[in-house]
Design a protein around this ligand. Structure first.
Ligand SMILES: Cc1cc2nc3c(=O)[nH]c(=O)nc-3n(C[C@H](O)[C@H](O)[C@H](O)COP(=O)(O)OP(=O)(O)OC[C@H]3O[C@@H](n4cnc5c(N)ncnc54)[C@H](O)[C@@H]3O)c2cc1C
Length: 319
């Protein structure tokens, strides 16, 4: 029997929760679930930690300035172990189904039938390889290339930068520095909201044209667009792809899972947290949503038990 803080766990025969994904959101949910003594399984397709593993230095997670991504992952793992939690690495969920009101998650190794699920599978960061067939952007990761303007923008105060992806990131960077290029076309998901004219009206240079491999000896020094060399020290690549064939939950137009304030999806007993629920894509937001999702699961499980005992509860209780 597992223990936490030296105490024996409740002997709960049934599986109460499966958390799919052990990034910031899934690990936070698991830590909360452990502390509430919920009987759960935490799955990850890889080793766990998610996108935090890629962050060179995290400057905006309250209380931990300048922490490296792998170090924050280690701290999350240690916390999880301390509260008796366990991660199943390299066990991707392959199917999540809701047949006759029962939840089932299939992995290569097992079929789990929990009372509730938290989906925390994150999103895919689209780099230059996917978009332009370029190869060397990762060589400059943390040396000029960034995937997150809110995270790394302050490091580029007063420096020339280029944004590929989200125009709102260009607006944010323009507050911090005078020279901002935006490489169009504006991605489809922003086109109605932010046409190129609005970008230019914010004193941002809008460009279109063939992009070549970023240049620099060690640190990023320049990018070449349509044959023209532009001296930039920062290149923010902020395109994301959401969605997975795994779910049957309601998604928004951009493929993110729609949730309410309790992180409940449209499917009873299924919650979602982290990057997969949409912007902002941040550790603090993912951790917060993971915590809320776990507390909502506790409320849901309690509600189910009371219904089984014959109490008539309002639907809001079960959300
Ligand atoms: C280079 C970089 C630097 C960043 N820097 C910062 C920063 O400084 N500050 C900040 O706040 N944010 C930063 N971010 C963003 C931040 O890392 C993310 O917003 C946050 O980590 C998202 O957490 P998540 O748990 O929602 O998703 P993820 O971290 O993406 O985790 C999802 C997990 O789910 C797993 N998974 C996916 N599919 C399945 C499946 N079918 N079955 C089981 N598991 C599955 C994945 O393996 C992964 O471990 C950065 C991102 C990048 C890429």
């Amino acid at each position: 029997m597992s223990t936490f803080y030296g105490l024996a766990r409740r002997n709960v025969p049934e599986l109460e929760l499966v958390i799919i994904g052990a990034g910031a959101a899934g690990m936070a949910a698991a830590i909360y679930a452990s502390l509430m003594d919920i009987n759960y399984v935490l799955l990850d397709a890889e080793e766990g930690g998610g996108l935090m593993n890629l962050a060179k230095a995290i400057e905006n997670y309250p209380g931990l300035t300048g922490i490296r991504g792998p170090d924050i992952v280690r701290a999350f793992r240690e916390h999880l172990a301390k509260v008796g939690g366990e991660l199943h690495p390299f066990e991707p969920a392959q199917e999540l189904s809701f047949r006759q009101g029962a939840l089932e998650i299939r992995t290569g190794q097992a079929a789990y039938r929990p009372k509730s699920v938290i989906v925390a599978t994150g999103l895919e960061v689209l780099g230059l390889r996917e978009e332009y067939g370029l190869k060397n952007e990762r060589d400059f990761l943390g040396k000029g290339v960034s995937y997150c303007a809110e995270c790394d923008g302050p490091l580029f105060k007063g420096k020339a930068v280029m944004v590929i992806g989200n125009p709102f990131d260009a607006f944010l960077l323009r507050r911090l520095t005078d020279t901002v290029y935006f490489l169009g076309p504006v991605p489809e998901e922003f086109r109605n909201q932010v046409p190129s004219e609005i970008i230019e009206a914010n004193d941002i240079t809008y460009l279109e044209g063939k992009l070549e491999e970023p240049e620099g000896k060690g640190l990023l020094e320049a990018v070449v667009v349509a044959g023209k060399r532009l001296a930039v020290e920062g290149l923010f690549i902020t395109r994301r792809k959401a969605g997975s064939e795994l779910y049957e939950m309601k998604l928004d137009d951009n493929g993110f899972i729609i949730v309410n304030r309790q992180m409940a999806t449209n499917v009873a007993g299924v919650y979602a947290a982290g990057d997969i629920t949409g912007e902002p894509w941040q550790i603090a937001k993912s951790v917060g949503e993971g915590a809320v999702a776990a507390m909502s699961v506790f409320k849901y499980l309690t509600g189910q038990r009371m219904r089984n005992l014959g109490w008539a509860l309002q639907d809001e209780w079960m959300e």
